[in-house]
Design a protein around this ligand. Structure first.
Ligand code: HEM
Ligand code: HEM
Length: 178
C-alpha cells in the first residue's frame, strides 16, 4: 500500500497545475491576477522538481517487479543511472524557487484573510521546512552534518511521505477553493 501511495504522489504533484486550471492568473491582469499567476508558477516549479522523486520511486519500486518486466526494469535502471544527478540538481533548484515564488505570491494575498490564506500558509510552511532540510542534506551543512544521528534524522524527515501528502492535500484544497 505504502509503495502504491508513494508511486501516485509525485504524479499527483505533477498534475496539480492541470487541476489548478488557472490560466486566469496572468491574463486577468491587475494585482490579484499577477499574484494568482505567481501561485500557478509555484505549482509548476513544484511539479518539475517532483520529476526526480517520481523517477527514483519508480526505479526503487521496479526492483521488486517480477522477471516478466525485465525490459522495463532495465529501462528504468538505465534512466535512473543516467538522469539521477541532473534531476536531483533540478529538484533542488526548482523546489527552492517554488518556495520563493510561492512566498511572494503569499505576501501579495495575505491580507485577504480567510481559509485560503490558512491552507496557503500550511502548504508554504511545509515547503519551507522541507527545503531547509533538503538544503542541509545537499550541501552537507556543518555542524549539523558532522553528527551522525542528526544527519540521519534530517534525511529521514526530508524523505517522509507524510509531509508531502499533507503538502499536496493542503495545495489541492488551496487551489480548489476559488
Ligand atoms: C503564505 C502562503 C499563501 C497565501 C497567504 C496564499 C493565498 C492565496 C489566495 C488568497 C488565493 C486566492 C487568489 C485569487 O482568488 O485571486 C490563492 C490562490 C492560489 N494559490 Fe496561494 N497562497 C499561499 C501559498 C501558496 C503556495 C505555496 C502555492 C503553490 C505552491 C499557492 C498556489 C496558489 C494557486 C495556484 C492559486 C490559484 C491562483 C488563481 O486563481 O489564479 N499558494 N492563494
Ligand atoms: C517543497 C520542497 C521539497 C519537497 C516536497 C521534496 C521532496 C523530496 C522527497 C519526497 C524526496 C525523497 C525521494 C525518495 O528517496 O523517495 C527528496 C529527496 C531529496 N531532496 Fe527534496 N524536496 C524538497 C526540497 C528540496 C530542496 C530545496 C533540496 C536541496 C537544496 C532537496 C534535496 C533533496 C535531496 C539531496 C534528496 C535525496 C535525499 C537522500 O538521498 O536521502 N529537496 N525530496
Amino acid at each position: 500500500m505504502k509503495k502504491q501511495l508513494s508511486m501516485i504522489l509525485p504524479f499527483l504533484i505533477m498534475v496539480l497545475p492541470v487541476l489548478a486550471d488557472n490560466d486566469a492568473g496572468f491574463e486577468r491582469g491587475g494585482d490579484g491576477g499577477f499574484a494568482g499567476g505567481l501561485g500557478n508558477f509555484a505549482v509548476f516549479l513544484l511539479a518539475v522538481g517532483a520529476v526526480y522523486v517520481a523517477l527514483r520511486v519508480l526505479y526503487v519500486w521496479s526492483k521488486s517487479w517480477p522477471e516478466d518486466y525485465e525490459e522495463w526494469k532495465t529501462l528504468l535502471k538505465d534512466l535512473y543511472r543516467q538522469y539521477r544527478k541532473p534531476l536531483l540538481t533540478i529538484h533542488n533548484w526548482m523546489m527552492i524557487a517554488a518556495v520563493v515564488v510561492g512566498g511572494i505570491h503569499g505576501i501579495f494575498l495575505l491580507s485577504r484573510g480567510g481559509f485560503q490564506v490558512i491552507t496557503g500558509i500550511v502548504a508554504w510552511g511545509i515547503m519551507l521546512f522541507l527545503a531547509i532540510f533538503g538544503t542541509v542534506i545537499y550541501y552537507k551543512m556543518r555542524p549539523i552534518w558532522d553528527k551522525r544521528e542528526v544527519k540521519g534524522f534530517v534525511r529521514f524527515v526530508h524523505r517522509q511521505w507524510i509531509l508531502s501528502i499533507i503538502l499536496i492535500i493542503a495545495l489541492l484544497i488551496h487551489v480548489g477553493i476559488n
